[in-house]
Design a protein around this ligand. Structure first.
Ligand SMILES: [Zn+2]
Length: 101
């Protein structure tokens, strides 16, 4: 497995996993357990998204494109589970509900 994304929050890591899943790339998250063990405080840079080595280049490209288009001012709140999603996401990372519903 290759690390393609490192973040401070597990929520952002899940966003990336969801993004990759939509492009048929399986990804794993590591570091979440450590974050939980230390309470609610984020452990900076310790949540990592990993993909198979064969998917590394494509995953990095998708993440780079996502980071360019990601605009926090367009955040939307899911009507189904009340989770906050970035404007670049058409579906809720938490429950998969469409942004339009
Ligand atoms: Zn939701």
């Amino acid at each position: 497995m290759k690390t393609v994304f490192t973040t401070v929050t597990s929520a952002e890591a899940h966003l990336v996993v969801h993004l990759l899943a939509r492009h048929n790339i399986a990804a794993d998250i590591s570091g979440e357990a450590l974050q939980g063990a230390l309470g609610e405080l984020p452990v900076f840079g310790n949540v990592r998204v990993k993909v198979a080595a064969a998917d590394e280049a494509r995953a990095k490209q998708l993440i780079a494109e996502w980071e360019q288009t990601s605009d926090s001012s367009n955040e939307w709140r899911c009507n189904a589970c009340a989770e906050t999603n970035p404007g670049s996401f058409e579906f809720c990372w938490q429950c998969g509900a469409s942004a339009a519903t």
